[in-house]
Design a protein around this ligand. Sequence first.
Ligand SMILES: NC(=O)c1ccc[n+]([C@@H]2O[C@H](COP(=O)([O-])OP(=O)(O)OC[C@H]3O[C@@H](n4cnc5c(N)ncnc54)[C@H](OP(=O)(O)O)[C@@H]3O)[C@@H](O)[C@H]2O)c1
Length: 301
Amino acid sequence: MKHAGGLRILVTGRDGQVGRELTHSLAKLGEVTATGRDELDLTSDFEIGDVVHEVRPQLIVNAAAYTAVDKAESEPDFAHRINAEAVATLAAEAKAVGAAMIHYSTDYVFDGSKETPYVESDRAHPLSVYGKSKLDGEKALAVAGIPYLVLRTSWVYGGEGKNFLLTILRLAEERTELRIVNDQIGAPTWSRDIAQATASIAERWRHGKFSAEKSGVYHMTAAGRTSWYGFAEEAVRLRTMSSTAKGTKFARLAPIPSADYPTPAERPKNSQLDCAKLAREFDCRLPDWKISAAAVVRALE
Ligand SMILES: NC(=O)c1ccc[n+]([C@@H]2O[C@H](COP(=O)([O-])OP(=O)(O)OC[C@H]3O[C@@H](n4cnc5c(N)ncnc54)[C@H](OP(=O)(O)O)[C@@H]3O)[C@@H](O)[C@H]2O)c1
């Protein structure tokens, strides 16, 4: 999809949660070329080179990723190919055409053993193949020799796509009881908030001529914190208040420890990311997760 304007921007992952929102929010900055897997498959170095040289972007926003956290445990090479090797290739092509790059990473680069919110300089120590592959992507970008921003976010959801909130709302109508983990703490973050914050950062960074001094890792999540159980409870509470839910019987929610819900990939207990650096450097703060969750559930009516 293309829009007339100033800055030439290439977005990958157009059909993902964040990618589809970026297509709209970045449009005000200039001409956006948003690619899905069909036009740009990140497993193909040839396609990456071809698309970047055709578009000749000044900014690449990489929203494509291998995000199947549990599945990654059984296909580590594939996850690494997309989340790390392709990032290196994209960055090399960005360098060839003089583009800056914005890339997303995850709270899962941390092991969750810290008691307080993680800052960017805390030691990364992923527990999962997915987390490791994303950390390798961050490292690839850091040595690419281009201006870059890595935006680490967490627990992404929205009104479309495959995500926790939509799954819970569906299951809450289908079942009588849902057991949900209550000992992993983090910030559910709306894909639209991420995209809008990305646009505002890109705008500021561009006015600074994509200065390399701003390059580096930034934490970018919603304000506030909760557990998966708390997130589910709030989502169902919001849904019960909607006019289209009258007469619907929702499942009872039961909090459980992670130990009672084993998954192939281990998740950090503490996923909280301190977003002060983003506020300081780009004057950018995301809304509280409850405000955004309410907007998303309301829009589902
Ligand atoms: N989801 C979360 O909870 C979460 C949490 C923290 C950080 N993040 C990070 O945030 C970013 C955006 O995540 P998201 O939630 O928007 O992910 P998403 O909804 O899973 O979207 C990822 C997109 O990447 C595309 N993709 C996968 N493999 C590809 C390939 N080989 N070539 C081209 N495209 C490919 C997918 O294409 P298809 O549609 O064809 O599958 C999909 O559209 C990612 O960097 C992710 O690691 C996400």
